[in-house]
Design a protein around this ligand. Structure first.
Ligand code: G3H
Ligand code: 13P
Ligand code: ZN
Length: 328
């Protein structure tokens, strides 16, 4: 059944676990996540970007999610708009049946140009007013996602924000976070603590200080009732990179956020953990391998089945690692 993000994350906070929020674009990804949730008795956050709605088409995406609910009546499901670029994108999502929307007012509607604090407050508050009136939850974002290793802002929806930033500029300010939530009433807040979007997060094997974990605690202290969200949380599994390379892919050396770091984040107050890249890497690796190993095969279902199984494996691991397993 559908539930609102607020409801699910309140439960997660009460019981001290984190919920992976997986991006979905097609049936195979939804199959994989729901099978993993069923296998581990986990609640689910399916999130769709503007790009996902464009790829699948809004009615297809909506009906695929409705099909998931019908096939798995006992699994609580949040359908969340990822990185809403404007209040009107969030309105469309609400009309389309989403139970949660992200208003990403940290960037202007082009989702490249950093926005002012006042703009962010204004658009986020407007979305909260409209969403709460119909029982839909809202996630806001405050801060500029980017790697503490390089000082470079990460990709927001595939487009580099560009420019070198100092450590302070790359971290969400705790006092500003408190004021932002007071002014907007968002249910969840995405914070910048050193993660970035995409596969290229860190060029060296990360050590324990790759994220500003203490910053999470500082923000959580001031916002005990607002659920913190970690974007750019893919771990970039080295074993899938190796499969991709072995079967003809070209992905340079790169590292993601170690699962243990995410676990530390959850212990300090993170409740929603956004993951897209890991599923992309697993599916791509599995498809490359399937095509290469059965060269006369031309039924695409063989490769797609392998991709679904690979994505399911990633999801099971994250549900278990984040303490989400058994909470449905
Ligand atoms: O944060 C971005 C997500 O990974 C979605 O990416 O815009 O290519 O669907 P997308
Ligand atoms: P990754 O690119 O690390 O999977 O992050 C996805 C994300 O934050 C979607 O909003
Ligand atoms: Zn994101």
């Amino acid at each position: 059944a559908f539930i609102a993000l607020r409801q699910l994350l309140d439960h997660a906070a009460e019981h001290g676990y984190g919920v992976p929020a997986f991006n979905v674009n097609n049936m195979e990804q939804i199959h994989a996540i729901m099978q993993a949730a069923e296998a581990t008795a986990s609640p689910v956050i399916l999130q769709a970007s503007a790009g996902a709605r464009k790829y699948a088409g809004e009615p297809y995406l909506r009906h695929l999610v409705l099909a998931a609910l019908e096939a798995h009546p006992d699994i609580p499901v949040v359908l969340h708009q990822d990185h809403g670029a404007s209040p009107s994108v969030c309105q469309q999502a609400i009309r389309s049946g989403f139970t949660s929307v992200m208003m990403d007012g940290s960037l202007m509607p082009d989702q490249k140009t950093p926005a002012s604090y006042d703009y962010n407050v204004e658009v986020s508050r407007r979305v909260v007013d409209a969403a709460h009136a119909v029982g839909v939850s809202v996630e806001g974002e405050l801060g500029c996602l980017g790697s503490l290793e390089t000082g470079e802002a990460g990709e927001e929806d595939g487009v580099g924000a560009g420019g070198k930033l100092s450590r302070e500029e790359l971290l969400t300010d705790p006092e500003q976070a408190r004021a932002f939530v007071e002014a907007t009433g968002v249910d969840a807040l995405a914070i910048a603590i050193g993660t970035s979007h995409g596969a290229y997060k860190f060029s060296r094997q990360p050590t324990g200080d790759i994220l500003a974990i203490e910053r999470i605690a500082e923000i959580h202290e001031r916002l005990p009732n607002t659920h913190l969200v970690m974007h750019g949380s893919s771990s970039v599994p080295q074993e899938w990179l190796e499969v991709i390379r072995e079967y003809g892919g070209e992905i340079p050396t790169t590292y993601g956020v170690p699962v243990e770091e995410i676990q530390r984040g959850i212990a300090h107050g993170v409740r929603k953990v956004n993951i897209d890249t890991d599923i992309r890497l697993a599916m791509t690796g599995a498809m490359r391998k399937a095509f290469a190993q059965a060269r006369s095969e031309f039924d695409p279902r063989q490769a797609l089945k392998a991709a679904t199984a690979a994505a399911k494996g990633v999801c099971v691991e994250r549900f278990e690692a984040f303490g989400c397993a058994g909470q449905a």
